[in-house]
Ligand binder design. Structure first.
Ligand SMILES: Cc1cc2nc3c(=O)[nH]c(=O)nc-3n(C[C@H](O)[C@H](O)[C@H](O)COP(=O)(O)OP(=O)(O)OC[C@H]3O[C@@H](n4cnc5c(N)ncnc54)[C@H](O)[C@@H]3O)c2cc1C
Length: 371
């Protein structure tokens, strides 16, 4: 568990997942046993009840020994934090411990064929029938829907209102009427799906927050998502520093990287990465009293994903054609992982809201500029 995660292994947990390497499962279970898959969550929710300082130390130490993340996915980074904030006691008790133990894989039913950046234009309809909602509509780009056990979904409960007619609801993907069709992704790593909802009957008690007030929950969840995609100052950074990779593939001259232009670019990238990590850290310390993210998450999402893309481009410059392999003996496992990571990085500035949308949010909500 002290080597980079292979491309075909992903510790996302869930009912359908078969772990290729049993150690991955063992590592997840051991960490879950200590509450360290979600260290800051309360113990009764499956966490370890650590303060953010204690968690910082834990993360630094884990990175120092090169340990793999024990559990990833939308459960720990998105729906879990949203439930902690908006879920009722019954919902927290039902879902959070299962997320912490990696038993349930969650997917996100936000985007629709005609509602991406303009998410509040979504049309998937939920109509109350006794104690259940009947849901009809289509979601798209649903990452991992074919493997997921549960979906958190945005539905329209009032067609007369836009933002104030949306409700946030949870359902099991095994519910009759839910079907998924995978869409192949360029990286081959994370297929996303079209998700069709046809007369899906969901208990009213699965609504998170209030009916027609789902936009509030949805926005907060997006802030958690953006913080996580942005990398939180290092989450997505490769364990091995760029300059080490460059030295291995390009070689050195007089103790320096042989390609002076690349050396300059890597220095600049590394300084910016470091400055970004410190800014994220400062923001965490400043917002410790509130704990929850804010619109500032858009800044981190924007900058972190653009940095991640430029870091991957520099790796490509350094590794050359060794980072363009897809399969075969000519490439090591870690090179094949890097190729897929490079391709996957392209989606970073689209998922969770595009870079252009983040710039709009920063302009309006952070800087207070007029429309
Ligand atoms: C890897 C990946 C995983 C994803 N996973 C999920 C998932 O699990 N669940 C889910 O619900 N969705 C998911 N998505 C979808 C994602 O949220 C949408 O792709 C994204 O919100 C953009 O919407 P769109 O694709 O409809 O593009 P559009 O909204 O059609 O945008 C097209 C272009 O127009 C620009 N644009 C649009 N509006 C504005 C504006 N007002 N100002 C300036 N520029 C604008 C955009 O920046 C973009 O460049 C995923 C996407 C990717 C790439």
């Amino acid at each position: 568990m002290r080597t980079p995660m292979p491309a075909d292994e992903s510790p996302s947990g869930g009912r359908k997942v078969k772990f290729k390497n049993p150690d991955t499962k063992l590592w997840m279970d051991r960490m879950a046993g200590k509450g360290w898959t979600v260290p800051t969550w309360p113990q009764e929710c499956g966490g370890a009840g650590l303060s953010s300082e204690e968690n910082q130390i834990l993360q630094v130490e884990m990175r120092r020994i090169g340990a793999r993340t024990p559990l990833i996915g939308m459960g720990v980074t998105m729906i879990g934090p949203a439930l902690l904030e908006f879920g009722n006691e019954e919902q927290k008790k039902e879902h959070l411990p299962k997320i912490a133990r990696g038993e349930i894989w969650w997917c996100q039913g936000y985007s629709e064929p005609n509602a991406g950046s303009d998410l509040a234009g979504l049309q998937t309809r939920a109509v109350l029938d006794g104690d259940d909602y009947i849901i009809n509509g289509q979601k798209t780009w649903t990452s991992g829907a074919d493997m997921a056990d549960w979906m958190f979904c945005l539905v329209r409960t009032d067609p007369e209102e836009k933002h104030n007619g949306i409700t946030f609801i949870l359902f099991d993907m095994e519910t009759p009427g839910v079907s998924v069709r995978p869409i192949r992704l360029i990286s081959g790593m994370s297929p996303f799906c079209e998700t069709f909802l046809e007369d899906v009957r969901v208990p009213r008690k699965n609504v998170v927050g209030e009916v027609n007030n789902g936009w509030t929950v949805a926005k907060r969840l997006l802030q958690y998502e953006r913080t996580s995609i942005g990398g939180g100052g290092g989450g997505r950074q490769r364990a091995r520093p760029l300059h080490e990779t460059a030295l291995e593939y390009v070689g050195s001259e007089n103790g320096k990287l042989a390609d002076s232009e690349l050396r300059h670019e890597i220095s600049r990238q590394t300084m910016n990465d470091r400055a970004f990590a410190l800014t994220v850290r400062r923001n965490m310390e400043e917002s410790r009293s509130t704990q929850a993210p804010s619109f500032v998450s858009s800044m981190f999402k924007y900058y972190g994903t653009e940095q991640n893309k430029s870091r991957m481009e520099l790796m490509l410059k350094a590794m050359g054609t060794q980072m363009l392999g897809w399969e075969g003996d000519g490439f090591s496992d870690s090179e094949l992982t890097d190729t897929r990571a490079w391709l996957r990085s392209k989606g970073n500035s689209i998922e969770g809201g595009t870079s252009e949308v983040q710039l709009n949010i920063i302009a309006k909500r952070v800087l207070g500029l007029p429309d």
